[in-house]
Design a protein around this ligand. Sequence first.
Ligand code: HEM
Ligand SMILES: *[C@@H]1O[C@H](CO)[C@@H](O)[C@H](O)[C@H]1NC(C)=O
Ligand SMILES: *[C@@H]1O[C@H](CO)[C@@H](O)[C@H](O)[C@H]1NC(C)=O
Ligand SMILES: *[C@@H]1O[C@H](CO)[C@@H](O)[C@H](O)[C@H]1NC(C)=O
Ligand SMILES: *[C@@H]1O[C@H](CO)[C@@H](O)[C@H](O)[C@H]1NC(C)=O
Ligand SMILES: *[C@@H]1O[C@H](CO)[C@@H](O)[C@H](O)[C@H]1NC(C)=O
Ligand SMILES: *[C@@H]1O[C@H](CO)[C@@H](O)[C@H](O)[C@H]1NC(C)=O
Ligand SMILES: *[C@@H]1O[C@H](CO)[C@@H](O)[C@H](O)[C@H]1NC(C)=O
Length: 272
Amino acid sequence: MGRSICFLVFLIAFGLLGGCDASVLLDSTPNNPAEKEAVPNLSLAGFDVIDEVKAQLEQTCPGVVSCADIVALTARDSVSYQFKRSMWEVLTGRRDGTISRESEALANIPSPFLNFTSLKQSFANKTLTVQDLVVLTGGHTIGVGHCEFFSNRLYNFTGKNDEDPSLNPTYAAFLKTKCPNLSDNTTTVEMDPGSSLSFDAHYYYNLKLNQGLFQSDAALLTDADASNLATELQDTTKFFTEFAQSMVRMGAIQVLTGTEGQIRKNCSVVNS
Ligand code: HEM
Ligand SMILES: *[C@@H]1O[C@H](CO)[C@@H](O)[C@H](O)[C@H]1NC(C)=O
Ligand SMILES: *[C@@H]1O[C@H](CO)[C@@H](O)[C@H](O)[C@H]1NC(C)=O
Ligand SMILES: *[C@@H]1O[C@H](CO)[C@@H](O)[C@H](O)[C@H]1NC(C)=O
Ligand SMILES: *[C@@H]1O[C@H](CO)[C@@H](O)[C@H](O)[C@H]1NC(C)=O
Ligand SMILES: *[C@@H]1O[C@H](CO)[C@@H](O)[C@H](O)[C@H]1NC(C)=O
Ligand SMILES: *[C@@H]1O[C@H](CO)[C@@H](O)[C@H](O)[C@H]1NC(C)=O
Ligand SMILES: *[C@@H]1O[C@H](CO)[C@@H](O)[C@H](O)[C@H]1NC(C)=O
């Protein structure tokens, strides 16, 4: 997996994991398990990249660029890389938080098993709208998901060894070949089959064919407005425009500025 793709997972952490103060980057200390421990395993490679960027910046320009800004900029660049131009403007000046607790991270990560009502609530709690929800979930145009996050839809949806009726049966049969049983927690599957390395509007095309991988993806079709918006977002130009706007909004959640927080020297640890 290319590095630029690994960056992308930060988008989840970035907006939805307790705000844009880089608290997600902190390592655990013995009596304080950090948010990092709760982040999906695959994103870990991205942490190394953030640390490398930070190390280079500290060499040439110490104490100026916060880890929170680095995350915001790399999220933008990971999407922009493919297009060789900047896809949106990132306001900088964020400062880094000084506390990180696993329990908060867990409370803030939206689960892939959520229904539309709960997704809407978790976004609203971050001042994000249903529009932001539908647009930002388009981030699933890139990357993979582990079987454990959707195999209930294949084998035991309501506890009667049944399949999720909202899942395309042909796609379900394909997924069963990838995830042979409910206890497979190592296999990963593309979230946007056929186009999972490319940032494009193809996610919405698959979604509309009832091929959204997670229940949280499929849930977007259970609300009339959200479903209509998903149809409109199949248009590439519209998706890119809206994604840029929602990313800017997400990048403004719970930001620390001025003299709040600190500029960390090392993104993994609070300054001593
Ligand atoms: C709506 C709420 C969301 C839920 C419930 C959700 C859930 C998930 C889950 C369960 C995974 C798979 C993790 C794994 O198996 O290791 C995943 C991966 C991913 N998500 Fe989301 N997500 C949400 C929103 C977002 C948003 C807003 C973005 C970006 C704007 C995003 C971008 C990604 C990317 C890029 C990956 C792939 C990571 C990789 O391949 O390593 N997700 N998401
Ligand atoms: C993710 O977990 C797997 C198995 O638990 C492990 O082999 C792999 O090294 C982990 N990935 C990262 C980036 O730490
Ligand atoms: C959505 O999930 C919540 C929490 O599990 C539940 O209370 C609610 O009844 C569900 N809503 C619908 C429409 O299924
Ligand atoms: C809403 O967010 C706050 C922090 O911003 C958090 O403490 C609270 O638990 C969240 N509530 C829900 C329902 O997610
Ligand atoms: C399916 O779900 C039911 C109800 O939760 C549970 O009792 C049963 O053990 C599950 N089946 C498997 C194969 O895990
Ligand atoms: C489930 O599938 C995985 C992956 O193929 C395999 O390693 C494991 O032995 C299977 N477990 C059971 C209980 O069949
Ligand atoms: C995956 O499942 C195996 C067998 O059920 C279990 O021993 C292991 O702890 C699980 N790993 C994770 C990362 O959940
Ligand atoms: C940052 O802190 C971590 C955790 O203490 C440490 O492993 C790492 O070497 C540090 N990085 C730099 C560049 O000092």
